[in-house]
Design a protein. Structure first.
Length: 409
């Protein structure tokens, strides 16, 4: 620890702020500088498509810490500042104003950026993406004024924006190339639950169809042209077709990159003085015995204490099960674990799907790989324990609400 006197964090999101917090909590007393390219203090992203977008949460609630926290903890936040290069030989980060910031240890928490549409008309006014606080502010204005919008992409962001729009009384057409929204995440069994949910709430769900073009009038989008020849009249378009990790700094610095910055279970890159956390980190998971990059809040929250411990000479390991959550209309859910398409052979349901009160378990040869609790709470620890046990569970018992989950562990 005594050899580390300066830690620089590139990225002023949740992962960046929590890295600074973890370093202080673990006794580090040296300099900490967070570099952020936005004018805001570090903030959390989930509210941007949930409570904040809906107007239920105040702006101050999205920030990780109040401004005074950074002063009290001697953490410098460089706002509206771009890191332009990492010079590993000299141990410095080049900034957009031409200055260079020295580091003993560097943490890359650059997150991800939305994938952009490439069809004709994608550059029109009225086409929105949702990734940053300012994006959410603009969308709040759209939902307060527009009468009909289209959403391109049926992932979590697209569905949460659809729910917010319908709550605001906006007509929504949701366009998804796959047969069902979330099919690649949840599989057809559970993806249908979300398709039905949105249809019941009045969303015009168009699946199995591609986007051909956007058409405009006087520079502003007025219609979405689909590959089946139909057109959807709109006043705005929201795009949610995935995100791409921000790895260019790492690539230019010669770090190992493959669908994110490659790090070990200690969140260390191939350079012993550089770490990566959050969306941008493609980390070795010692329990799953594979690399995974998780684009969710929980990793941004939980990576930093492990990276901080590694920076300070410890041997902490990141072995948490992936976790995420979503709120849509009257459905609240949590997902724990890791089940990929083709990686499971059964889905076991405990509870009542029609009432949206159930737990779904993805299993392989009886072993629980992942679980999703819908409108049933305080079961995440039991689901984690079932997954961690690695033992086959009788499907009938797993499906029976009368059998306590804890008794199956």
């Amino acid at each position: 620890m005594s050899d580390v006197t300066s830690v620089v964090v590139i990225g002023a999101g949740l992962a960046g702020a929590k890295t600074a917090e973890a370093l202080r909590a673990q006794g580090y007393a040296g300099a900490i500088t967070i570099i952020g390219d936005e004018p805001h203090l570090p903030y959390e992203r989930p509210p941007l498509s949930k409570g904040y977008l809906q107007g239920k949460a105040e702006r101050d609630t999205v920030f990780v810490h109040p401004e005074q926290w950074y002063a009290d903890n001697s953490v410098s936040v460089l706002r509206d500042t771009h890191a332009t290069a990492i010079h590993r030989t000299s141990g410095t980060v080049a900034l957009g104003d031409g200055t260079e910031l020295p580091y003993d240890k560097l943490v890359i928490a650059t997150g991800s950026s939305p994938r952009l549409l490439t069809v004709h008309g994608a550059e029109l006014d009225g086409v929105y993406y949702l990734r940053r606080l300012d994006d959410s502010d603009r969308l709040r204005g759209v939902l307060n004024t527009a009468s009909r919008i289209a959403i391109i992409g049926g992932g979590w962001i697209g569905l949460e924006v659809a729910a917010a729009a319908r709550k605001a009384g906006v007509e929504v057409t949701l366009i998804e190339m796959a047969a069902l929204p979330l099919a690649g995440v949840l599989g057809p069994e559970l993806a249908q639950v979300f398709a039905d949910l949105h249809t019941r709430h009045g969303v015009d769900l168009r699946t199995g169809v591609g986007l051909a073009a956007l058409t405009g009038d006087d520079g502003r989008v007025v219609a979405v042209q689909l590959e089946d020849g139909t057109a959807v009249a709109v006043e705005a378009v929201v795009v949610g077709v995935g995100i791409t990790p921000n790895v260019q700094l790492a690539v230019d610095a010669g770090l190992e990159v493959d669908d994110g910055i490659l790090v070990d279970e200690h969140l260390r890159t191939n350079d012993p003085d550089i770490y990566a956390v959050g969306d941008v980190a493609n980390a070795w998971h010692p329990v799953l015995a594979k690399r995974i990059r998780v684009e969710h809040w929980a990793n941004a929250l939980n990576h930093p204490p492990v990276a901080a411990a590694s920076i300070l000479g410890g041997d902490a390991t990141y072995d948490r099960q992936p976790y995420f959550y979503s709120d849509q209309y009257d459905l609240g859910m949590e997902y724990t674990g890791y089940a990929t398409p083709g990686g499971y052979d059964a889905v076991v349901i405990r509870g009542d799907v029609d009432k949206l009160e159930f737990i779904a378990f993805w299993t392989a040869q009886g072993v629980v790989l992942a679980g999703m609790n819908v409108n049933i709470w305080d079961v995440t620890d039991d689901i984690k324990a079932l997954i961690a046990s690695g033992k086959p569970i009788d499907a009938d018992q797993l499906a029976d609400p009368a059998v306590p989950l804890a008794s199956l562990i």
